[in-house]
Design a protein around this ligand. Structure first.
Ligand SMILES: *Cc1c(COP(=O)(O)O)cnc(C)c1O
Length: 227
C-alpha cells in the first residue's frame, strides 16, 4: 500500500505533548477504508493521543460513503474517540440519506459536529440561519463553528460584514431556540481564531449590581456580590 504518512506518524509519536490530531484538508473520507484504518489505528496506539478528528464534507455531499467498511475501519468502542466535523451551510443540503449516514456514524461511536461558513445570500438571514441549526440538531449533528467568510479570489460576493454572524446568533438562535443549536462564530486570523459572539448582555455594572439584558430586550438586575 502506497500511503505517505509514516513520517508524520513518527513525528507525532515523538511528541507526547500532542493530545489531539485533526485529519483534514482535501477530504480524508475520500481515502480508502484500508488507509483510514491504518492511520486511525496507528494514532490510537500512541498513549498520548486522546482524540482524533476528521474534517469531511462527505456526510453531507456523499452520504453513501458511510459504509459498513468505513464504520469498521474507524468506529467502535475505543478509549480514543473519533469526531467527524462536517460542513453544512444550508438546510437544503441535509437529506434523508445524510440523516441515515449520521445515525450510522453515531451508532458506531463516532461523534458528529458541523462547521459552517457564513455566506451572503445563502445563510445570512434570520430564518435560514435558525433553520440550518435546528435542522442540524434534528439530524443529530451538533453545531460547532460558524466561520466568517475569509477573503479569497472569486468569492467576494459571499462575504458579509464581520459583525453579521454575531447578529444572527443574537437574532436567530440565542433565546429563540435551544442553546444546543448555538455554534460559536469565529474569525480565523493570523493569531488564531477570534470568537465574535453577541455582546448585548451586560448593560451596566456598579458596586451594587449588574444590569443585564436578554434576547427580547428585557432588563433585569442581579446583585454584584463581592468575592
Ligand atoms: C481551527 C479550525 C479547526 C479546529 O478548531 P478547534 O478549535 O481546535 O476545535 C478545524 N477546522 C478549521 C477549518 C479550523 O479553522
Amino acid at each position: 500500500m502506497r500511503f505517505n504518512v509514516d513520517e508524520g506518524l513518527a513525528w507525532i509519536a515523538e511528541h507526547p505533548e500532542i493530545r489531539d490530531v485533526l485529519i483534514t484538508g482535501g477530504d480524508p473520507l475520500l481515502l480508502s477504508d484500508d488507509k483510514l484504518e491504518y492511520l486511525i489505528s496507528k494514532l490510537r496506539q500512541m498513549p498520548h493521543i486522546e482524540m482524533i478528528r476528521i474534517g469531511s464534507r462527505l456526510p453531507i455531499v456523499l452520504p453513501h460513503r458511510i459504509t459498513e467498511g468505513l464504520k469498521k475501519a474507524i468506529g467502535g468502542f475505543h478509549k480514543v474517540p473519533v469526531w467527524i466535523n462536517t460542513q453544512c451551510n444550508h438546510p437544503k443540503e441535509i437529506t434523508e440519506k445524510t440523516a441515515k449516514a449520521v445515525y450510522d456514524l453515531l451508532s458506531c461511536g463516532i461523534n458528529v459536529g458541523n462547521q459552517a461558513v457564513l455566506l451572503k445570500g445563502i445563510n445570512d438571514d434570520v430564518d435560514t440561519f435558525r433553520e440550518l441549526h435546528q435542522k442540524l440538531l434534528r439530524t443529530r449533528i451538533r453545531p460547532y463553528y460558524v466561520f466568517y467568510c475569509e477573503p479569497a479570489p472569486g468569492i467576494d460576493h459571499f462575504r458579509t460584514p464581520v459583525e453579521k454572524g454575531a447578529e444572527l446568533i443574537r437574532d436567530a438562535i440565542r433565546g429563540h431556540t435551544t442553546g444546543l443549536a448555538q455554534p460559536m462564530y469565529v474569525l480565523a486570523t493570523n493569531i488564531g481564531k477570534i470568537p465574535l459572539m453577541p455582546d448585548y448582555y451586560i448593560v451596566d455594572k456598579n458596586e451594587k449590581e449588574y444590569t443585564l439584558r436578554n434576547y427580547k430586550g428585557e432588563i433585569t438586575k442581579i446583585p454584584n456580590i463581592p468575592e
